[in-house]
Design a protein around this ligand. Structure first.
Ligand SMILES: [Zn+2]
Length: 448
């Protein structure tokens, strides 16, 4: 796609001369366009120059970090090294909940703009509510635009979203991330609370080129469309966020509509942490916005192929600095990407600790039980697998027709194969499986 930015100078259309906001956005995009191709060590070097700025600010203007950074051996007069950085204790959600007042900067630089609030969606427990600035928003929008440009989206087409907290409405354009620099087609919003049949009908009416929604919603929608032979003509791509995208999610979307899924990894309190590579199904870390570590149980960086805890530092939030924040997700580190980008690779994002299956032998795994491949998958409307004890799982099902005992046995065998353990598997038939308030739905949940 060749999108020409919006020119504001009379008589000049090309090359465009942009508004100050548009020019600022594209000046950042120009830099992001360059830095994505830098070698990893140069990217890291630049990150540590920015980390030094962040730490110095946190040291001087927050009581919480002053002690914490001092104890770790940080001295604002000496450039911070990766070694000093790596001994700063991890920041936990409880730290933010308990010490927020001491973590908020007493002197946010004026040029970072207005200070507001941002809140994690909090699928479980208390949400985290922190301060952030207009500047953080500016970076958020830039990464949104990067995602569009990476995936070569056609701004002239219409873009739909089905998510929490949006009314049934139409916008004139794709929103702030795009409109300061490019003309764009309409955006359409529908609340996720609408029943699936209504969602499908709405998509058929509006025929969006792109649809953004949660992976669990995509799976349900694709299942329903396959069952009823519904296609979405004009659909170019599904966009996912907010939950783990599994291989099965991608496969069912290809089956149902012949389109791919483009995923992104973000959190309200941080912004974008990783975006799907334009050429592959793994992710690139947004290293210009965050310093992202994947750490093993000893707190050491994971190598490619290893799974660890995601720990993230927001490079630009000077209102409530988040330094080495353990976001409670797990990810697998990937090999460098053949696309040539130097931005680090996450092979998979595995979700939260509660999505981890713990086994009697002390090992753990992120299960992919692939319900689409179960016998009579077409009879299963909804499924959730709950771990009740180390050796006990319960499969909760909403079904059109009850499954026969031999079907249950076949499912049990699949679970045994996938987990490699002879777990006890019970079956529970229910009318509906309630989704949490934020509609983030996990197929597998551990109650341990
Ligand atoms: Zn890549």
């Amino acid at each position: 796609m060749r999108a020409v930015p919006i020119s504001v100078v009379p008589g000049i259309e090309w090359p465009a001369l942009l508004s100050p906001q548009g020019a600022a956005r594209l000046s950042l995009m120009y830099q992001l366009d360059q830095s994505q191709w830098w070698p990893p060590e140069i990217i890291k070097q630049q990150q540590f120059i920015q980390i030094h700025q962040l730490l110095t600010h946190a040291f001087h203007t927050t009581r919480f970090y002053r002690h914490r950074l001092q104890d770790a051996g940080f001295n604002p007069k000496t450039r911070v090294t990766p070694e000093v950085f790596s001994v700063i204790p991890l920041l936990q959600r409880e730290d933010i909940q308990l010490h927020l007042a001491d973590m908020n900067s007493t002197a946010v630089p004026k040029d970072h703009g207005r200070v507001g609030y941002t809140e994690s969606s909090g699928s479980t427990g208390k949400p985290v509510r922190i301060h952030s600035t207009s500047l953080s928003q500016f970076f958020w929008h830039a990464m949104t635009l990067r995602d569009h440009l990476w995936h070569d989206r056609d701004f002239t087409r219409n873009h739909a979203e089905i998510r929490v907290g949006v009314g049934d409405r139409t916008g004139k354009n794709w929103g702030y991330a795009v409109k300061v620099a490019f003309e764009s087609g309409p955006s359409l919003m529908l609340d996720i609370k609408e029943p699936m049949d209504r969602q499908i009908q709405w998509i058929q009416e509006h025929r969006p080129a792109y649809l953004l929604t949660y992976p669990s919603n995509l799976r349900e929608m694709a299942g329903r469309c396959l069952e009823q032979g519904i296609d979405f003509p004009g659909l170019i791509e599904m966009r996912a966020f907010g939950e783990t995208v599994t291989e099965e999610t991608r496969e069912i979307c290809r089956q149902a509509w012949g389109v791919g899924v483009k995923d992104m990894y973000s959190a309200m309190e941080i912004g974008y942490m990783a975006l799907q590579c334009p050429g592959h199904e793994h992710y690139h870390v947004m290293s210009e916005g965050v310093f992202l570590e994947v750490l093993d149980d000893q707190g050491l960086p994971c190598r490619p192929g290893e799974i660890g805890r995601v720990v993230v530092t927001d490079l630009h939030n000077f209102a409530t600095p988040l330094i080495r924040y353990e976001i409670l997700d797990y990810a697998e580190v990937g090999e460098p990407c053949p696309c040539g980008r130097g931005l680090p690779v996450l092979k998979r994002i595995l979700g939260r600790q509660r999505n981890m299956l713990r086994l009697p032998d002390g090992t753990c795994q992120w299960p992919a039980f692939s319900p689409r491949k179960w016998p009579h998958a077409d009879r299963i409307q909804q499924v959730q697998i709950v771990q009740k004890a180390l050796d006990h799982l319960v499969v909760r099902l909403v079904v059109h027709f009850p499954l026969a005992p031999e079907d249950e046995q076949a499912i049990t065998r699949i679970i045994h194969d996938r987990s490699g353990h002879p777990l006890r598997v019970g079956f529970e038939y229910v009318d509906t499986i309630e989704k949490p308030k934020n509609f983030k739905f996990d197929i597998f949940v551990s109650e341990l």
